[in-house]
Design a binder for this molecule. Sequence first.
Ligand SMILES: C[S@@+](CC[C@H](N)C(=O)[O-])C[C@H]1O[C@@H](n2cnc3c(N)ncnc32)[C@H](O)[C@@H]1O
Length: 223
Amino acid sequence: MSHRPHLVFEPEIQDALSQYIVELYVDETDAQRQISEKTAIQGLPQIDLRAEEGWMLMFLTRLIQARQVVEIGTLAGYSATWIARGLPDDGKLITLELDQRHAQIARENLDANRVSHKVDILVGDAAQNLKTLNGPFDLVFIDADKEGYEVYLEWAINHVRKGGLITAHNAFQHGNIVAKMPTPHRANSAKYIDAFNRRVAADKRLLSTIIPVGDGLVAAMVL
Ligand SMILES: C[S@@+](CC[C@H](N)C(=O)[O-])C[C@H]1O[C@@H](n2cnc3c(N)ncnc32)[C@H](O)[C@@H]1O
């Protein structure tokens, strides 16, 4: 029988721990903060990364000295600014977005964050646009339609260099991945993410884990 203390925190403690990380480590710029603040006013869904998740993405980008990165799901460009901050000045992030308006707002935000020179936005369905990209890439970040995650994964495995990273947001699906009674809508998303997580875990071409920051970040190294 295990005698380890339970790692189950009350929601207030969980929030306080996230806040603790942000206060100690996360250097979010004013221009980045303004993206999140503006998305609600502009009528965009507030489903961008939390600051501590963005910081982790920047940390990983820099850790593996990534120079060529692909992101699937731009929204207003918030996560793109974090990846761009992790890239050298001549590095490149190609970010894919279905929605024309999201892409336009992202362009403005990337300009305001002075990282436009490192970022290209490809507008259209990601599954189609990925076919035009050859790589090899150092890092892929998946954060778009959940039913597409497995398709994006297969593309990423074939286009990321050995030792490179595939990352994906919402690995926990707000807890619904293990919840006994999620709402039907949430159960559907959780079903896709659960299938994705299991596929990543079982794939012998990858060495993987979920980093338990925010809503869970899958991190898979290509072997
Ligand atoms: C969760 S948001 C991305 C948030 C962003 N990564 C951030 O943290 O700032 C998902 C985005 O994926 C886009 N999207 C959904 N389906 C897509 C598809 N098939 N191809 C490309 N983008 C898609 C949505 O329009 C939305 O802007």
